[in-house]
Design a protein around this ligand. Structure first.
Ligand SMILES: [Zn+2]
Length: 374
């Protein structure tokens, strides 16, 4: 009798928890956090939600963008739960979330408001325990648009830890590395002439075209590493040309290069300068992430996750970049680790509700695992 009563209670508690995670996720999706104003409203909402559950929060303001910080625990390693509240733009209907067939649909459900909701729930639950570690919850803006206003600024201001989990879209595998980013423009100059006598001019578009083909053939783009099959180069933009009967005297290319964690960006720039005298400007750059997969924090997270899931957890490298890179530049082991889902940045984005619950158990068990000796 007693047993069935308590298992029934357990089911009820479970239901309440599931519903709470779903309702916070769907509420956050509705903020349509694609603008500074809306992101700040979502930050305020999260702060209020946490405060109602006994958590003190602090805002950090940078250029009008708010980040939220909360901290619990008094001793042991510092573990950071990092979640971004911003999402990429989408059609209006994606901001009306709904639940169907075990999934939450909506922009940001997978990337990464579902994970944020879980991090907040896990944080509150952890706050009621005697902790063997300190936990910092960082909810940030601007991950999708560069990260400098959120995580970049927090790191600059010394909000650091011993281990960072960014709740990205990894399907409960662990991404320990990410490629570096080098986005450059190349401005080619030629000589204009009449289109009927092209031999009198020098066609800047053709110069750009030939240079691009040579850049693409550089040996560095054929290298591989433990976690990556290749670096990449994307010819993102070309500007050049005007009147049809004129040889163009200007052409600019914009290249988005993603290099392997162990490649040297200065060396890449030198090799490109060796191919062309076009004026080279750096538009944006981002350090790679090269967290050691054998790092003790990473192994502990992997063991915890495998224990909760009862299956193998893969350690891998991400082609794209995330806020992990800001911690990586300080030598802090940072990983991307988050729930299962699909279609982030696309149509029909969703996250599996079961995986949110697994994610929560893993976060809690991971923090609590520091009470045991490794
Ligand atoms: Zn993300």
């Amino acid at each position: 009798m007693q047993e069935s009563w308590s298992s029934h209670l357990k089911t009820d508690e479970y239901e309440i928890e599931v519903n709470s995670i779903i309702s916070l996720t769907t509420r956050l999706i509705q903020f349509e956090t694609t603008t500074k104003e809306n992101i700040n409203l979502a930050v305020d909402y999260c702060s209020e939600w946490l405060r109602q559950r006994g958590i003190e929060t602090t805002f950090i303001n940078n250029d009008g963008y708010k980040s939220l910080i909360a901290e619990i625990g008094e001793k042991g390693p510092i573990i950071i739960f990092n979640g971004h509240l911003d999402v990429v733009p989408a059609e209006a209907d994606q901001f009306f979330p709904f639940v169907d067939d075990g999934k939450i649909y909506g922009r940001g459900s997978f990337d990464m408001l579902g994970a944020v909701s879980v991090m907040m729930h896990a944080f509150v639950e952890l706050s009621k325990k005697t902790l063997p570690a300190r936990v910092i919850l960082s909810l940030v803006p601007d991950e999708e648009t560069g990260g400098e206003k959120g995580t970049g600024y927090l790191v600059e201001n010394g909000i650091l830890g011993d281990m960072v989990i960014c709740g990205e879209t990894t399907n409960l595998d662990i991404a320990v590395q990410a490629k570096g980013i080098l986005q450059i423009s190349l401005e080619f100059l030629g000589t204009a002439s009449h289109g009927s006598r092209p031999w009198l001019g020098e066609n800047a578009i053709l110069k750009a075209f030939h240079a691009y083909k040579e850049i693409e053939r550089l040996d560095l783009f054929k290298e591989k590493s433990q976690f990556f099959d290749r670096p990449s180069i994307n010819l993102a933009r070309i500007h050049g040309g005007g009147a049809i009967n004129r040889v163009p005297d200007r052409c600019s290319l914009i290249l988005d290069i993603r290099y392997l964690p162990d490649q040297n960006p200065e060396d890449i720039l030198d090799q490109i300068r060796g191919i062309t005298d076009a004026e080279l400007k750096i538009i944006s750059r981002g350090d790679p992430v090269k967290t050691n997969p054998l790092n003790e924090f990473v192994i502990r997270l992997k063991d915890t996750a495998e224990n909760v899931l009862g299956s193998d957890v893969r350690i891998f490298g991400q082609d794209g970049s995330a806020d992990t890179r800001f911690y990586a530049t300080r030598g802090i082991p940072a990983v991307e680790f988050g729930p299962r889902g699909a279609n982030h940045h696309g149509k029909g984005e969703y996250v599996f509700i079961n995986s949110l619950l697994d994610f929560k158990s893993i976060l809690i068990d991971y923090v609590m695992s520091y009470s045991k000796k490794s």
